[in-house]
Design a binder for this molecule. Structure first.
Ligand SMILES: [Zn+2]
Length: 492
């Protein structure tokens, strides 16, 4: 276990954890949102973030402070906590984002880490190379080598109690992301941002984002706190948490407010297009859209930023409650319905169901089958694997009929979509207690047939008969030869 990060609850790849930040003398509960503070423009003051929104941690850019004579001097004299007037933990970014936007910055890793320590940062960031998506593998590998050299330099800098992050790069190459994760977790650094995913999110490439995160997680292992760098839209938090991300930073709340954009968990709306405000925060209950539109620019921006933050923090709380209740993937399914690209992200997440199954609790409160994607959830994958370990008699009837008689078989097992076969003694155990719709869909039948196929493959000596009800021919084609079939619909 890592000293600074303790995992309390898990659901799919998501977890509730405690990040200990020794220099701030505090712990931060994750998943956590770090509002981004531009030291030159505070749309919502850091004090208000703490008092009104409950922010335990924020992030600001040390490179901007470093490059501004007045801020530079004040930060050194007063320290970051007094300069910003924020009582919680403060993370600082290094200028890598500026590097990716403008091509160059003029500080070294040692200088910017020393500077972050001197101004009182609690979590510092070295200068890594954020490689954009889709560059050549050679370039991504060579950039990654530079990032890894910088992380090794960062390990040698005397950073005292300050935590230091170790960004994971590698562009859109899963092999490089995994290797980067393995290298980063092998250093003595503390927090692991998955970097350079902003271009993917800006292009709605949530599928590629999930592949990148899943690869980084394979390298990092389960106990590393993971920050999804630059991810600030509440629509995708549940998806990213389910993939195993713990920290998010949001500049979106302020940037969107500046353009009159109103965040919701189902996407962004323009204030001009809203006739009603679908939110119960103080801003939305105190104003109509017309009243908001009539406010002077600065005031409107500040009210919209406050609403955007309320929505964002509420989603983080909703996600934590879902993890505690064991229904995070049902929340992800709801969010996935808000945009086709989010659905691609969720479907990609389920490509990694076996990876998620490692951290998914064996027993939870409920499994609601709420979309055909549910047929690919980690619980289904785990049940199929469990079939290999069950002892199977010489002749076996598998039936969808709950009250089938033994009728000359050594044993009778139930078959339930999407899980497939199981001994009747297991019928009261999770996830076989799942609530499924009466009108079964094809994905659930296919998953059940795959479960039967798995059982037959692992017990080739057993004579298996499947009693199904009206399963389509192409679903039955998924079964190995030699499975005897009975259609209960014919017998009725
Ligand atoms: Zn609101």
């Amino acid at each position: 276990m890592r000293e600074s990060f303790e995992i309390r609850d898990t659901d799919a790849g998501g977890r509730i954890g405690k990040l200990t930040v020794p220099r701030a003398g505090t712990t931060v509960e994750t998943p956590a949102l770090l509002p981004v503070i531009n030291p030159n423009l505070d749309t919502i003051s850091p004090r208000r973030l703490a008092d009104e929104f409950g922010a335990e941690i924020l992030i600001t850019n040390s490179y901007i402070i470093h490059g501004d004579d007045t801020l530079h001097e004040r930060a050194l004299e007063e320290g970051l906590h007094d300069l910003l007037d924020f009582p919680g933990a403060i993370m600082t970014d290094s200028g890598s984002f500026q590097l990716s936007e403008y091509g160059e910055i003029d500080v070294t890793t040692e200088e910017i880490l020393d500077f972050q320590r001197e101004i009182g940062s609690d979590i510092a960031t070295p200068v890594d190379i954020p490689t954009p998506p889709d560059v050549s593998h050679d370039r991504a590998a060579s950039d990654l080598e530079t990032t890894q050299e910088r992380l090794e330099i960062a390990e040698d800098v005397d950073t005292g109690e300050m935590l230091v992050s170790a960004p994971v790069q590698g562009s859109t190459y899963p092999d490089l992301r995994e290797q980067a994760g393995r290298h980063a977790t092998g250093t003595d650094l503390d927090v692991f941002p998955v970097g350079a995913v902003v271009p993917l999110m800006n292009d709605y490439r949530y599928d590629d984002m999930i592949d990148v995160v899943a690869a980084a997680k394979r390298g990092l292992g389960a106990d590393a706190p993971v920050h999804l760098f630059g991810a600030g839209h509440p629509m995708m938090f549940a998806l990213a948490v389910a993939a195993g991300c713990d920290l998010f930073d949001s500049a979106a709340y302020a940037l969107y407010a500046r353009d009159d954009r109103y965040l919701t968990v189902r996407g962004t709306r323009h204030l001009a297009d809203l006739d009603y405000l679908p939110c119960s925060c103080a801003v939305c209950t105190d104003h109509s859209p017309a009243e908001l539109r009539a406010l002077p620019d600065a005031e409107r921006e500040s009210e919209l930023a406050a609403h955007n933050l309320h929505v964002t923090f509420a989603e983080i709380r909703r996600i934590k409650q879902a993890i505690r209740a064991g229904n995070l993937l049902e929340l992800v399914e709801q969010r996935a319905r808000s945009h086709p690209a989010m659905l691609d992200g969720y479907r990609t997440l389920l490509d990694h169901a076996a990876q998620l199954a490692r951290s998914d609790p064996v027993s939870k409160g409920s499994f609601f089958y709420t979309s055909h994607e549910s047929a690919r959830r980690p619980e289904v994958v785990r049940h199929h694997r469990r079939l290999e370990r069950l002892s199977v008699p010489d002749s076996l009837l598998l039936t969808v009929d709950r009250s089938a008689p033994d009728a000359g078989y050594d044993d009778v097992w139930r078959v339930q979509p999407p899980f497939g076969p199981f001994p009747r003694a297991l019928s009261k155990t999770y996830p076989l207690t799942a609530e499924t719709p009466e009108r079964t869909d094809r994905a659930a039948l296919e998953a059940a047939a795959d479960g039967v196929a798995r059982l037959v493959e692992t017990s080739p000596e057993t004579d298996v008969t499947l009693a199904h009800r009206d399963w389509p021919a192409d679903v039955l084609e998924r079964l190995p030869d030699g499975v005897a079939l009975v259609d209960l619909a014919d017998e009725a």
